[in-house]
Ligand binder design. Sequence first.
Ligand SMILES: [Zn+2]
Length: 286
Amino acid sequence: MGFIPENKAPAGHGAKDAFYFLINDREIVVKRSRRKYWIPSGADLSIDDFDSKQAHFIGSLHEHFCYTLELPEDLTISDPLQTVSLREALTLFSSSEIHAISLAKQILTWDMNFRFCGRCGQPTVELRDERAKVCTNCGLTNYPRLSPSIIVSIVKDEHILLARSDRFPEGMYSVLAGFVEPGETLEECIQREVAEEVGIEVHNIRYFGSQNWPFPHSLMIGFTADYLTGEIRIDNDEIVDARWFTAAELPKLPGSYSIARNLIDHFCSSSSSANLAAFREGRALR
Ligand SMILES: [Zn+2]
């Protein structure tokens, strides 16, 4: 059945024991049993330990109603329950569970950030029939925020351009990414980000795929592009190094759960036979 997002719990009963997505800034509570990770149900948690009225309904996962709420600081978590980082959770669960986790995290962020009206400062109330908070004074409506970002692989002959930010783990390189600015198309954003960060021009921009990224509310929109002209000239602000790599000599890369890694793997799989052989042997992907 997968995950079906909904704002309002359907009337009537019949759903299985509900799942609870207990999340704080960085972590989520999960259950480890039979060598697998699960989202805990009401039966796994001492529901009386927290105020379930604070929970937001987010939909149904495998026919279980799903609720999310801020992980209470004083909640005792003991085996088989444990906390894992949200980034790690993206590697432990299926795509439908990741969809639910991403939504749960973003609903909590929205709930925390829109308690008061940004226009007049008065309290907001949550609407019943849609995911929105409306100001009790001036009526301004606030929906969960989503921030579109581009992420792009740039290829030149048999090489891919990878860059390093000083926020990355030691030795790791990735494809370029950046937030879309007001007024820009996605294509204009790519041209601007690439020019700003590495000083080159690209063409043949093609859509690749997208990924929701709940840190805190990005939508990564992935593209491939070809090098057109210019020499690498890094900005030394966001980017501290950028180089062309072949599939056979790649540096440390982001995890396979990221669209960044999917873009790099796509480059490797469409690379020449010599590079492809190295890729398949695992020499390229350390
Ligand atoms: Zn207001």
